[in-house]
Design a binder for this molecule. Structure first.
Ligand code: FES
Ligand code: FES
Length: 152
């Protein structure tokens, strides 16, 4: 049995502890906002928060997160993610959308740590999130816009 919280709800799951968290989120808990891209920690599409830090759920066995708090795109809340989502919408960041929940999670984590990131800060923080539609310029712009919103 593996126990952890997802988006504020307790789960006790009788599953193989080696099962990737991404499988559990999508197939067992039906939280399909987190996407499968590469499966080998190279694209960032599967990013979720584990105890407040971004993590690649495709390579995170559930046995490693016993007792942890997992937050997916469906459960994200707080001023940073609200500012990010508003900025994303304002300039139409997504194209196909597949990578975008991972992008938003990583952008939110960046703004929680660095309230006024430089272009280099953004490029470094977002380097692990690949976008096949190459929305990188709009992602960077939206992060700057969200930071300005949060500065008030
Ligand atoms: S699916 Fe996890 S990093 Fe690509
Ligand atoms: S918006 Fe299509 S992969 Fe990023």
């Amino acid at each position: 049995m593996t126990s952890f919280r997802v988006n504020g709800r307790d789960h006790d799951l009788d599953l193989d502890p080696d099962m990737p968290l991404l499988w559990v989120l999508r197939d067992e808990l039906r939280l399909t906002g987190t996407k499968f891209g590469c499966g080998i920690a190279q694209c960032g599409a599967c990013t979720v928060m584990v105890d407040g830090m971004p993590r690649r759920s495709c390579v995170t066995p559930i046995g490693q997160i016993e007792g942890s708090e997992v937050t997916t795109i469906e459960g994200m809340d707080g001023s940073e993610v609200k500012a990010v989502q508003a900025a994303w919408t304002a300039i139409d960041v997504p194209q196909c959308g597949w990578c975008q929940s991972g992008q938003i999670l990583s952008a939110t984590a960046l703004l929680q740590q660095v309230p006024s990131p430089s272009d280099d800060d953004i490029d470094n923080a977002m380097a692990g999130n690949i976008c096949r539609c190459a929305t990188y310029v709009r992602i960077r712009q939206a992060i700057h816009d969200a930071a300005r919103t949060l500065e008030g």
